[in-house]
Design a protein around this ligand. Structure first.
Ligand code: SF4
Length: 307
């Protein structure tokens, strides 16, 4: 019989890949712990195992498959009766992953993380039947009210402000794996930051696939508005900005950024390349000259910036 604590099922959740995945796992952790699941850090004692996978590069795919195979051993040596792969690998190979990996009991794609409880329940109710909950065209619902269980060290947290990307660079499968840009509302993000700060979190890391384009799916760039709203919060905290696509990183954003010392002078801005021909082939929609001008503009306004 599976090991259970007072009727609760023990579940182990492992996260591979980037900070965005980390946040998705925090959504699953919240839903699991609020229901009849108890979280464990020990896969050998878990009744259910969930791997939140990566699959951007071939090496990511290989790592995800290896971890699934490794964890599947606990179906023989531990208590595990349900092994679920969530995230990018499930999304990318949704057609044949269950056939290729019979060790898996279910797939969960790159949205619907709040559905982990009914999915796991069904897997456990119907042993031997492989299940799949993967939308063919992933697009994040506005995840305004998705509660999360913080799993980072208590002084810092990731706050996902949007999901997906609409830039369609020719070499990148993120829009396929994660859908088009889908931004949260400014109030929901500010509210989350306020709650984190009131719990003692000092370092807020704003993340997404394309932070500069925040709001564009609603018709206009809203990163400046978001930064100003965060700036209006009281408190001893600081903010880092990640994944700032250069093309839509405007002077207004820089001015808002420079106006509050709690926005740390650190920028994560992927240029990918500097040669015009290659930039064109990558469909980056920017030239060497524009990149150089962007760098000068950033240095002029944020003289101590670290890249
Ligand atoms: S901006 Fe980044 S995430 Fe979006 S398509 Fe280009 S490389 Fe991929």
């Amino acid at each position: 019989m599976p090991a259970q604590t007072a009727g609760r099922v023990k579940v182990y959740v492992e996260t591979l890949g980037c900070s965005k995945n980390w946040v998705d796992s925090e959504t699953m952790l919240h839903h699991l712990s609020q229901n009849h699941y108890t979280l464990t850090l020990e896969p050998q004692e878990a009744d259910a195992l969930v791997v939140n996978t990566r699959s951007f590069l071939t090496s990511d795919t290989e790592e995800s498959v290896q971890r699934i195979l490794k964890l599947s051993e606990f179906k023989k040596t531990g208590h595990c009766s349900a092994l679920v792969a969530a995230g990018c690998l499930s999304q990318r190979y949704r057609e044949d992953l269950l056939q290729e990996l019979p060790e898996l009991d279910a797939l969960l794609g790159s949205q619907d993380f709040g559905e982990i409880v009914p999915l796991l329940d069904q897997v456990r109710r119907e042993p031997g039947k492989q299940l799949s909950l993967v939308q063919p065209k992933p697009h994040y619902q506005q995840f305004e009210d998705q509660e999360k269980q913080q799993s980072t060290p208590r002084h810092f947290a990731y706050v996902k402000i949007a999901e997906g990307c609409s830039n369609m660079c020719s070499f990148c499968n993120i829009p396929t794996l994660r859908g088009l840009l889908s931004s949260r509302s400014v109030p929901s993000i500010v509210n989350e930051i306020q709650q984190l700060v009131s719990r003692g979190v000092k370092e807020i890391n704003l993340i997404s696939q394309d932070t500069s384009s925040f709001g564009r799916d609603r018709g206009q760039l809203e990163l400046t508005e978001l930064l100003c709203s965060i700036s209006s919060l009281e408190g001893d905290f600081w903010v880092h900005l990640f994944y700032c696509y250069p093309n839509t990183f405007t002077g207004d954003v820089l001015a808002a950024f420079a106006a509050d010392k709690r926005f740390r002078a650190y920028l994560d801005m992927p240029f990918q390349h500097i040669e015009d021909n290659v930039l064109r082939k990558m469909d980056r929609k920017i030239t060497r000259l524009q990149i150089e001008q962007k760098i000068q503009e950033v240095k002029r306004i944020l003289s101590e910036v670290a890249w």
